[in-house]
Ligand binder design. Structure first.
Ligand SMILES: CC(=O)[C@@H](O)[C@H](O)COP(=O)(O)O
Length: 257
């Protein structure tokens, strides 16, 4: 399986994970380690800026885990830029998952504010991974603005509804010259495998792992599904067709009767 490179950084795992909704920090840590994930997103609002020994961060201090602060909770480009700057100070990383969703009912990303913030953050030297709707035009505009990847949604955050946007994800993947990370709504390992088979460069999964009855086992299932999906993509999936095509030749056998 080929490694994934984002902004010069090589990842051997194509499963990115989140840190919310786990019933305990220990379970979060165990599940993240079981997932094999090397990029873990953390909501800045959950980090205690004044406490170097923030308990959650203690559970994420493993050499293989790179932190990806996210701006979840902000509603405008201005707030997002401010949040990214705070994250850079607090977590000593210039990577940021840009998330701007003004309506808490649907948590759908604001495309206009996201593009504005991305342009500004790129100028400020951030490695920007924007969370967006599965909008091929917007994804192109973000690529032109210099983002390191795009993160289009499969379905609303936490909905576990899977790849409702599959047709548009296909266009985004086909057009993109930067990595495409399918993010949000991935409800099962088969959704993750499907996204990888479609040619996504990675997936980001949080809720489906965190709320599973056994998050560690579910993390392992996602790990394997992502590997399987990517391997299938790299192996080259066969074409599909309407009509049956016999798997064994039908000539020869009847001639001898
Ligand atoms: C943690 C995070 O960044 C989420 O906002 C992300 O989009 C994952 O979504 P799910 O929780 O639906 O997997």
């Amino acid at each position: 399986m080929t490694p994934l490179i984002i902004s010069g950084h090589t990842f051997s795992s194509r499963l990115f994970t989140g840190t919310g909704k786990f019933s305990s920090l220990q379970l979060m840590e165990d599940a993240l380690l079981a997932s094999g994930s090397e990029l873990v997103t953390v909501a800045l609002k959950r980090v205690d800026m004044h406490n170097q020994a923030d308990d959650m961060l203690q559970h994420l201090r493993h050499p293989q885990l790179q932190l990806l602060p996210n701006t979840s909770g902000v509603r405008t480009a201005r707030e997002a830029v401010y949040a990214a700057q705070l994250a850079r100070e607090a977590l000593e990383t210039n990577w940021v998952k840009l998330e701007i969703h003004p309506d808490p009912r649907y948590l759908l990303p604001d495309p206009i504010e996201t593009l504005k913030a991305a342009e500004e953050l790129v100028k400020l030297g951030f490695i920007v991974l924007p969370y967006v709707h599965a909008d091929p035009v917007l994804c192109k505009r973000l690529e032109e603005a210099g983002t390191a990847a795009v993160m289009p949604l499969g379905s609303p955050i936490g909905s576990n509804k899977g790849l409702k946007t599959a047709d548009f994800l296909e266009i985004i993947i086909e057009q993109s010259n930067i990595p495409v990370v399918v993010d949000a709504g991935i409800g099962s390992p088969s959704d993750a495998a499907k996204a990888m088979e479609m040619g996504a460069d990675a997936v980001l999964v949080n809720t489906a792992i965190a709320v599973a009855q056994d998050p560690v086992a579910m993390a392992q299932a996602f790990r394997q599904a992502v590997i399987a999906g990517r391997m299938a993509y790299e192996a080259g999936l066969p074409p599909t067709g309407q009509q049956a095509v016999a798997s064994s030749p039908l000539i020869g056998f009847l001639d001898e009767v």
